[in-house]
Design a binder for this molecule. Structure first.
Ligand SMILES: [Zn+2]
Length: 451
């Protein structure tokens, strides 16, 4: 039996129902949190390894509600574009050129970045093919991943590597769900992922919604991101995006819609009444010039909102701290300085994400019996002192580089700022090799060579 681990003497920000914050200890046993409490309250009774967390913040692992690990390899390769051009001229040709080896390199790069920055869990959208590779990488690295293959059975601009019929798309999705949903002590989960309404037939969306519900899986798609996309959706369906999805059965408490920048009051009602979740991706919405989601209105309406960095080529960092900082700042000019207080934002990036994934009984807060997904953030830094309110320190001060230790399911995956289960040099070497292969296969201009 492995030793218990005692994270000792940190400021513990629990996010539990009472939102307790105390200086004390967290005891990890196996893959769960065994006990926690103020200094002196937790008494380990077995062989225990102690981690000194004095001067640190101890937080639940962050949950990102929308990412694309398959795009980590394309960071910096699709700059200054608007959404539909960004997709059709860059991202789809690149995704279509993925091999299992390049996808593996991309997923390992993405997971390394997420873990080092304190993200322990993510909802991911894969590309059309090679989805087993994503799950295998998550399995090997210890990361907590919900993912699914992108479904795309419509549209004339899809490159060869992304083409599939309705039947192929459904069959492969079903196979993957059966293979991966709730595997590795439920650390891996499957989410059906029709890419967005413009690349999916009505039949695909209707059948997928039914299939996801029957199998107890999420349905994860993009909606109402950008004005050009909204116009195209209206031209194709005669409806606004969320309304069109609703008519096809693609709303509900197992549905996550990324973005929702341009939802009407009527669509907001649909989101609320159906319990549909929203993944807010502020950096991406700014970088692709899409707009600013009216998150305070969504929260006010009782809609659950999580936070995600989206893909590396539209952000370009998969850093939850950047997203939290922006999620707060963005709303203040319009809604006033009290909008999006730091605690609300931390809740979105922990409990909100867990709720959206349907696993709030397992992650999202530090509570006895929950999974041991824990982040130790080193607050002994000039840019973080003095710590007055820990939520403010996290949202407005902290950076990914301040993360010192990360546990997922009790596994110590980042120790003193270094990955324990992944070889970073090996990952970066793979990236250099595989990105050139993708560009060559996609027929794209070779990237600029750095000396
Ligand atoms: Zn996305």
């Amino acid at each position: 039996m492995s030793a218990d681990i005692l994270v000792e003497g940190g400021t513990v920000v629990t996010l539990d129902p009472e939102r307790r914050v105390f200086v004390g200890d967290v005891l990890l046993r196996g893959h769960k949190i065994h006990a926690l409490g103020p200094t002196g309250k937790v008494r380990p009774r077995r062989v225990t390894q102690t981690i000194d967390a004095r001067g640190c913040l101890v937080l639940p692992g962050f949950v990102q509600s929308h990412v694309h690990l398959c795009q980590a390899l394309f960071r910096g390769l699709a700059e200054d574009q608007v959404l539909l051009d960004w997709l059709s001229e860059y991202i789809w040709p690149f995704e279509g050129a993925h091999t299992p080896a390049s996808l593996r390199a991309s997923a390992r790069l993405g997971i390394a970045e997420l873990l080092l920055g304190g993200t322990t869990c993510a909802l991911d959208m894969g590309t059309v093919k090679h989805t087993d590779t994503l799950f295998r990488v998550a399995d090997q690295t210890g990361f907590r991943l919900t993912s699914g293959k992108a479904m795309m059975d419509k549209g004339h601009i899809r490159p060869g590597g992304l083409r599939e019929t309705t039947e192929e798309s459904l069959r492969e999705s079903l196979r993957l769900a059966k293979r991966w949903h709730n595997k590795s002590k439920a650390r891996l989960r499957y989410a059906f992922a029709p890419r967005f309404i413009l690349s999916c037939t009505d039949e695909l969306l209707r059948t997928t919604a039914k299939m996801a519900r029957e199998l107890g899986c999420l349905l994860h798609t993009h909606a109402s991101e950008n004005p050009g996309e909204m116009e195209a959706v209206r031209a194709a369906t005669g409806k606004d995006n969320v309304e069109a999805l609703h008519a096809l059965g693609c709303t509900g408490d197992n549905v996550v819609l990324a973005h929702c920048v341009w939802v009407t009051a009527k669509e907001q009602r649909v989101l609320r009444e159906t319990g549909t979740h929203v993944a807010h991706c502020p950096s991406t919405n700014l970088k692709l010039s899409s707009g600013i989601a009216r998150v305070p209105d969504l929260l006010q309406a009782g809609i659950n909102v999580g936070i995600g960095a989206d893909g590396a080529p539209c952000n370009n960092r998969m850093d939850v701290f950047t997203e939290m900082h922006l999620a707060s700042l963005l709303q203040k000019p319009k809604y006033g300085p009290a909008a999006m207080p730091a605690q609300t934002v931390v809740e979105m990036a922990t409990l909100g994400g867990a709720r959206l994934l349907g696993i709030e009984d397992q992650v999202g807060s530090l509570e006895k019996g929950k999974r041991a997904d824990v982040v130790v953030l080193d607050a002994k830094k000039p840019h973080l002192r003095p710590v007055v309110d820990p939520y403010t320190t996290v949202v407005h001060g902290a950076r990914a580089g301040d993360v010192r230790d990360v546990f997922v399911d009790g596994q110590w995956l980042v120790r003193d700022g270094e990955l324990t289960q992944m070889d970073l040099d090996d990952i970066l070497g793979d990236v250099e090799r595989e990105v050139d292969g993708v560009l060559a296969r996609a027929g794209a201009v070779p990237r600029m060579r750095r000396p």
